[in-house]
Design a protein around this ligand. Structure first.
Ligand code: CTP
Ligand code: MG
Length: 221
């Protein structure tokens, strides 16, 4: 099957603050999105990359990767799930699979993609990391209501891998039903799919807050 990488990069980075959207902040001398795209474009199994950028994006075309003929730029939407749904419309191949990866996760490595591809079943798969800390559910008053069993809890990371057509239909249906979707797997779970959890490296972080930039700097060094 043809493998498309789909990269939601249309966020404004509100939690990061600042005027420049976080995917364009420099990390070791080039924008975060450049690290993300070069990892995907250089993977031997990735045939095409579709990037969803904001409607007024003035930075994307300056990336060294923007000129790659295997890269398609589309305009994203209001929420991350809208950006992924719109990007999937640009998938041409009937039998395509989509590897959806956040622009804001520049520490991705080929070994992550390899592990996900190797362990993916028919129901799709996501990279995830087991929760390390003891988990508490808060009561209404800011005090602990109870301790949540940790053994079965995972952090959902990206990439997440699904048949492109089925994922597109799942995201369209979730949108029509007004369901809030924060990752691809949750859209598929609503359809009764049981995606596999594949152990990812915990340093495949999403750059969300200013502190994460320093961490990403270390992980990429
Ligand atoms: N994203 C997107 N379209 C949106 C919102 C987010 O393509 N409407 C992308 C972001 O660019 C990012 C990824 O989805 O690569 C993960 O989202 P997040 O970390 O929440 O990024 P932002 O939405 O930009 O940050 P914030 O929520 O702090 O504003
Ligand atoms: Mg966001």
């Amino acid at each position: 099957a043809t493998l498309y990488a789909v990269v939601p990069a249309a966020g404004v980075g509100k939690r990061m603050g600042g005027a420049l959207p976080k995917q364009y902040l420099p990390l070791h001398g080039r924008p975060i999105l450049s690290h993300t795209l070069s990892c995907l474009l250089s993977h031997p199994r990735v045939a095409q990359v579709i990037v969803a950028v904001g409607p007024d994006d003035e930075y994307f075309s300056d990336l060294p990767e923007a000129a790659d003929p295997r890269l398609t730029r589309v305009t994203g939407g209001a929420e991350r799930a809208d950006s992924v749904r719109l990007a999937l419309q640009a998938v041409a191949a009937e039998d395509a699979w989509a590897l959806v990866h956040d622009a804001a996760r520049p520490c991705l490595r080929h070994e992550d993609i390899d592990r996900l591809l190797a362990q993916c079943g028919e129901q799709g798969a996501i990279l995830a990391s087991p929760v390390r800390d003891t988990m508490k559910r808060a009561g209404g008053d800011g005090c602990i209501d109870h301790t949540v069993e940790r053994a079965q809890l995972w952090h959902a990371l990206t990439p997440q891998l699904f048949p492109a057509g089925a994922l597109h239909r799942a995201l369209c249906e979730a949108e029509q039903q007004g369901a809030s979707i924060t990752d691809e797997a949750s859209a598929m779970e609503r359809q009764g799919w049981q995606p596999r959890l594949v152990s990812g490296r915990p340093d495949n972080i999403k750059v969300t807050h200013p502190d994460d930039l320093r961490l990403a700097q270390l992980f990429l060094a």
